[in-house]
Design a protein around this ligand. Structure first.
Ligand code: CMC
Length: 428
């Protein structure tokens, strides 16, 4: 294929280099366009803008393909686990057993938070959403480990192994500390040799007065949810992380920014919004058809449906839909809203509004049903998304720190007032 495109503006032509990815994705490199022509490109919402070259994750939205570092998500979901996949996402290859042991030891070493971080978490306003607390907790965590948080790229890269393990491990503890604080309880001691998810569930829910064995089906369901969220290339929160990292900020600050970006209902907050929507439909005695009608009229959105990149079934949703039945059966929980979710999906997938716009269930459509069955309060669902996404954010921070040369700084088309003189208040 030709390696150059030509852009003609009026009488002038500009040759533009074509960049090709390893999966034959093609982009027109416009990085010199402004210098040569005074034009910039305009792409509201960045739907057609490649912001970087990355080696972490590949998505083919038309075919519903998702791969971390070349491994298909379905393969990883069946054969790997969250910690091994986290290593893969951050370091580029599946670990040898010695590498995995070392990584797991590092994670186990860092389960507790320094007292000053616990104080910072618990002194946030009572009504601050858990995502706000998580962002504050990550900033406080960086403050407690100043040698990991220098804003000197070389130094922060040298300590990446330590900061990555610290963050992936204690992001659970931040979530559990806040949850327990609101219940006037302490996070219990955990056994560091137990699995990542078992320890997290213990931190969140274990009661000394009612010791209960956590069934493997429960830890497996949570592990699967984390694994499926581990990375998703240049989404809103990951792009935010990369943007912050491009300015030279440390991993803690970059991830705190990612958490804030994830919070919104169009992004990670959708998993909470789906459950609220399903409950509303249930409480209104609607079989879903009235809700679908109002979504078609633009009065509301069918949460957990649609995706900027997938114009096909989100492969993560496919895996979670299957896992939902198994998890609920293993937990012995019946969920009336699962029935509503299934019916909504069935109706939407044959409705011309959704078909024409290629709107399919995304990862958030079924994850909340599992999380609810596992006992997580609805307003912690997006925190769980953030825990799962932490290795992805760290991988992108590392990629920027290792290869990024420029600060990220888009241009704009100014549509505001032309120059006007300042008038004193009496003359306005
Ligand atoms: N319900 C009803 N209509 C929808 C929906 C929906 N969930 N999503 C998109 N549309 C319609 C939209 O109104 C528009 O219609 P028209 O062309 O007539 O104006 C068309 O589909 C294209 O929508 P868009 O908003 O331009 O698409 P986008 O790529 O900018 O938005 C999205 C993607 C995910 C924000 C959007 O589909 C949405 O709001 N979905 C619901 C929220 C949600 O589930 N978010 C989680 C995304 S997956 C997890 C993650 O990675 O964050």
């Amino acid at each position: 294929m030709d390696k150059e495109a030509t852009l003609t503006i009026g009488e002038n032509s500009y040759p533009l280099h074509i960049v090709e990815g390893t999966e034959s994705e093609k982009a027109i490199d416009i990085s010199l366009l402004r210098k040569e022509s005074k034009f910039i490109t305009f792409d509201d919402g960045y739907g057609n803008t490649g912001s970087c070259e990355s080696k972490v994750t590949f998505i083919d939205g038309d075919q519903g393909i998702l791969r971390y570092r070349g491994y298909d998500i379905a393969d990883l979901a069946t054969r790997s686990n969250f910690l091994e996949t986290s290593y893969l996402v951050m370091y580029g290859n599946l670990p040898t057993s010695a590498e995995l042991d070392l990584f797991s030891e590092r994670i186990a070493k860092f389960t507790q938070l320094p007292d000053e971080v616990v104080t910072a978490i618990n002194s946030q306003p009572k009504n601050l959403h858990p995502m706000g607390v998580l962002a504050a907790g990550l900033h406080a965590l960086g403050g407690a480990y100043p040698h990991l948080c220098t804003n000197d790229r070389k130094s922060d890269l040298e300590s990446f192994d330590e900061s990555a393990a610290l963050i992936i491990s204690t992001i659970r503890t931040i979530a559990a500390t806040r949850h327990r604080f609101l219940l006037n309880e302490q996070v219990p001691e955990i056994d560091p040799t137990e699995s990542y998810c078992k320890n997290f569930l213990t931190m969140m829910f274990a009661k000394e007065s009612e010791p209960k064995e956590i069934p493997p089906s429960v830890t497996n369901a949570l592990d699967l949810i984390f694994l499926l969220h581990a990375d998703h290339e240049q989404n809103c929160s990951t792009s935010t992380c990369r943007m912050i990292a491009s300015g030279g900020a440390n991993p803690f600050a970059s991830l705190a920014g990612g958490v804030s970006a994830l919070w919104g209902p169009l992004h990670g907050g959708a998993n909470m919004a789906v459950i609220k929507m399903l409950n509303q439909i249930h409480d209104a005695g609607d079989d879903g058809s009235r809700f679908i009608e109002s979504a078609k009229q633009g009065k509301t959105r069918l949460m957990g449906f649609g995706h900027r990149v997938y114009r096909n079934y989100d492969p993560r949703a496919k895996i979670l839909k299957a896992a939902c039945d198994d998890a609920l059966e293993a937990l012995g929980v019946s969920s009336p809203i699962l029935e509503i979710a299934r019916r909504l999906e069935e109706e939407a997938l044959k409705d011309s509004y959704f078909v024409e716009r290629k709107l399919y269930p995304n990862v958030d459509f079924y994850s909340g049903i599992i999380l609810q069955a596992l006992g997580f309060p609805t307003d912690t669902f997006t925190v769980l998304f953030a825990i799962g996404r932490s290795p992805g954010w760290l991988a992108h921070w590392k990629e920027i720190a290792e290869t990024g040369k420029k600060i990220h700084r888009p241009r704009q088309i100014y549509q505001g007032s032309p120059l006007r003189p300042y008038l004193p208040t009496g003359d306005r």
